[in-house]
Design a protein. Structure first.
Length: 221
């Protein structure tokens, strides 16, 4: 079982829309696809009934998740979802019968998902864009099964990360207002850590965390 990129013609559809070079520049794209592959490699030994990806964007991880989930749901907020659905998501869905697409604000997941209905919830570079991330954490806790896994990926925003962004000419204000340490503490308060690691090559550019819900949810403060 291996990581699957969407078909080349699907990826090509996004090039005229994105400001960033994750799909065109060699080093940026190597890092980008590797970041997705890292999540899949962690999850691929788990056969799950329901996998939910929040903030799925163009949906590039979804084909890989469809290998390991009986039902896979890709979701994003309204404007992003409507745009990506037209550009890539519907094209990806045609190739995967077990894929569902749902518009969803991660702060209100329980409006589209039943309580304790997800075996796996994935959020790749999502939480740092949401100022009310405590609400997202509570909603993930609500929708995750007792033994389910929440996998999230966060930028560390340390000196090494900022140097990398500068080299790739990404805007410095991209994560304005984001506090990596504070968000990690919030995750630890509300979940039980299963595994944490860094990428790439164990360098602290991106933080990976795999979490299980606690028996009693601790309210964020």
């Amino acid at each position: 079982m291996t990581f699957i990129r969407p078909e080349k013609n699907i990826i090509e559809r996004t090039k005229s829309y994105t400001e960033y070079r994750a799909y065109t520049d060699f080093w940026a794209s190597t890092l980008y696809w590797g970041k997705l592959r890292e999540v899949f490699n962690y999850l691929k030994s788990r056969q799950s009934n329901t996998i939910l990806e929040i903030g799925c964007g163009y949906g590039y991880l979804l084909p890989s998740l469809c290998q390991i989930g009986k039902k896979v749901i890709g979701s994003d907020i309204k404007d992003v979802f409507e745009f990506c659905k037209e550009v890539t998501l519907e094209k990806i869905k045609k190739n995967h019968e077990n894929l569902e697409l749902k518009e969803a604000d991660a702060r209100y997941l329980s409006s589209i998902m039943d309580k304790e209905s997800c075996d796996v919830i994935v959020a790749i570079s999502v939480l740092e864009h949401i100022s009310e991330y405590e609400k997202v954490i509570q909603e993930v806790n609500e929708c995750l099964k007792p033994q389910g896994i929440f996998v999230c990926v966060l930028p560390t925003e340390n000196v090494l990360y900022r140097i990398g962004r500068s080299i790739l000419r990404y805007p410095n204000e991209y994560h304005e207002g984001y506090n990596y340490s504070k968000l990690r503490r919030s995750l630890s308060r509300n979940f039980r850590e299963v595994r944490v690691w860094f990428y790439p090559f164990h360098l602290p550019l991106f933080f990976y965390g795999a979490y299980r819900k606690k028996n009693t949810t601790v309210k964020c403060t």
